[in-house]
Design a protein around this ligand. Structure first.
Ligand code: ADP
Ligand code: MG
Length: 257
């Protein structure tokens, strides 16, 4: 049965989408059947795996607000073993449209349950907010991965995220666990990066992944080609580190479930 991992942090630009796309693609390249779920109205994970949003007839909006099934909405990516539930800008209204809907927090969970057995991993890319879209993702998940950018104020805002996780655990999904904290965009030339790593490790201890994602130009370029890093530049440092992360996540499989 597939393990469901949300990649969440209400801060924008911390590497949620980059990590969702590249972790998914690397897990797929290592032989896993993977479903990537885009819950951000910007749809960057969708275009990041080469799906043209203009060609998408139904997206996650139709699952959350209407009654579409996951099967109806899933699109196959260019990569064998990697499917996606796409998001388009239509999703922008969902946060408000969901408010009066019955069971509004468990819409995604119910839809994904029907296809869970077909995948080894289901990776959910969350939007930069703690609203109903992120709540749906956390409610549907076994674990949550928190990307933290190696910059000043790295820990700022994390208490709100942890509080939301606790509320979801209390009221909606008792099983939810923290998968791990992923340090991203490290600039190894600065001392600041090293300080941030120490600070985050002091706070989260063994929850921090050994793999640290450095700043890598190729990682920034890949999305404009609609390709995950392992297809765009398999020899790059970016491809190497996301493969390492995928292996760590696979090894974590049974421990954090
Ligand atoms: P989020 O989804 O949290 O908003 P993104 O993954 O979209 O963050 O990353 C924000 C921007 O930084 C994007 O333009 C992305 O291409 C770039 N980026 C992310 N990770 C890296 C990295 N390790 N090295 C270089 N650029 C990166
Ligand atoms: Mg994003």
């Amino acid at each position: 049965m597939g393990k469901i991992i949300s990649i969440a942090n209400q801060k924008g630009g911390v590497g949620k989408t980059t990590s969702s796309v590249n972790l998914s693609a690397c897990l797929a390249s290592l032989g896993n059947r993977v479903l990537l779920v885009d819950t951000d109205p910007q749809g960057n994970a969708t275009s990041g795996v080469g799906v043209n949003k203009a060609d998408v007839s139904q997206c996650i909006y139709n699952i959350l607000v209407e009654d579409a099934t996951a099967e109806e909405v899933i699109v196959h990516s260019e990569m064998e073993q990697l499917d996606i539930i796409p998001a388009t800008i239509q999703l922008a209204g969902a946060e408000i449209e969901l408010v009066p809907i019955i069971s509004r927090e468990i819409r995604l969970k119910s839809a994904i349950e029907a296809v869970k057995d077909q995948y080894d991993f289901i990776i959910i890319d969350c939007p930069p907010s703690l609203g109903l879209l992120t709540i749906n993702a956390l409610t549907a998940s076994d674990t949550v991965m928190i990307p933290v950018q190696c910059e000043y104020y790295a820990l700022e805002g994390l208490s709100q995220l942890l509080n939301t996780i606790r509320l979801v655990q209390k009221h909606l999904n008792q099983q939810l666990m923290i998968e791990g904290v992923l340090l991203t965009m490290l600039d190894a030339r600065t001392n600041l990066g090293i300080q941030v790593i120490e600070e985050v490790k002091k706070y989260f201890q063994d929850k921090v992944y050994q793999t640290i994602i450095p700043r890598n130009v190729r990682l920034g370029e890949a999305p404009s080609h609609g390709l995950p890093i392992i297809s765009y530049d398999p020899k790059s440092r970016g491809a190497e580190v996301y493969l390492d992360l995928a292996k760590e996540v696979m090894a974590n499989g049974e421990r954090v479930r």
